[in-house]
Design a protein around this ligand. Sequence first.
Ligand SMILES: NC(=O)c1ccc[n+]([C@@H]2O[C@H](COP(=O)([O-])OP(=O)(O)OC[C@H]3O[C@@H](n4cnc5c(N)ncnc54)[C@H](OP(=O)(O)O)[C@@H]3O)[C@@H](O)[C@H]2O)c1
Length: 262
Amino acid sequence: MVDSRLFCHHARFHARRLSTIDFPRHPRVLLPTHGLATGGSQLSTLNSQLLPVIAVAAMSLNRVIGRDNKIPWHLPEDFKWFKKLTTGSLVLMGRKTFESLGRPLPNRTNIVVTRDPEHLARDPRFMAIFSGPNEGRWQVRTESPSQTDFASLTDRDVWLVRDPRELAEAFEKARLPRELFVIGGAQIYAQLLDRCTDLYLSVVQREVEGDAHFPAFEETWSLHDTPLTTPDFIVHHYRNKRDASATSQASRQGAAEAGETK
Ligand SMILES: NC(=O)c1ccc[n+]([C@@H]2O[C@H](COP(=O)([O-])OP(=O)(O)OC[C@H]3O[C@@H](n4cnc5c(N)ncnc54)[C@H](OP(=O)(O)O)[C@@H]3O)[C@@H](O)[C@H]2O)c1
């Protein structure tokens, strides 16, 4: 059974986010054309059975996303895009990506995946992030996703979780009016990309050396639009084809039901 509230949320998300992005100086910008946002038919609004779990990544032409636990380019406009896209939401990342950031991302609930949350929460190097000027600014939590009231999560939380798939499942059940962004690194994309509904991929227009790569995804995703083009990188928005097959199934079911009531 398709829950149209989820779709409405999904469509509103994309319209709201993309229409408020401050674009860089000379980009070619294509605004989104989602069914609901553009006044599509009732059936075309039955888009998704899935809550938006959205992957965001930047990769080079040769699929590199990182080197020595850092991002091997400096593109302020891409950071700006990422910040606008994810602010106010939940961001999920691997422990190594969190370490490479060196601090929680502000104004977002930071979820960090690690095989031993309790150990990490006792690690002095990790806890040093929350002392000094950060004293009291962040709250570290370690409860399991199945025991968490998602509505209680705030933008001050850094939540350490053991199982990324359990987290994604619990998030989908919680039906929050906030999006979950999967922000890397390579291990986390490899494990969670198939659960994501959307992917915003910045393709950096050069080849670089690296030791972390974006997984192959092209066969199971379709290009939806290209919301941002700059000389240094192009943002492509893909949709998971399993989402699209849920749409056409829902459309067929809706059409059959409409036929029955004629
Ligand atoms: N270009 C981009 O868009 C982008 C985005 C993000 C990151 N990056 C880059 O990607 C690189 C980091 O990626 P990475 O693959 O090395 O590391 P990662 O995915 O960020 O983190 C890996 C860690 O996550 C935890 N983990 C992974 N799978 C788990 C599971 N199933 N259950 C529990 N914990 C799990 C483990 O932490 P524990 O060891 O603590 O158990 C593991 O060591 C860096 O170079 C970074 O700069 C690039």
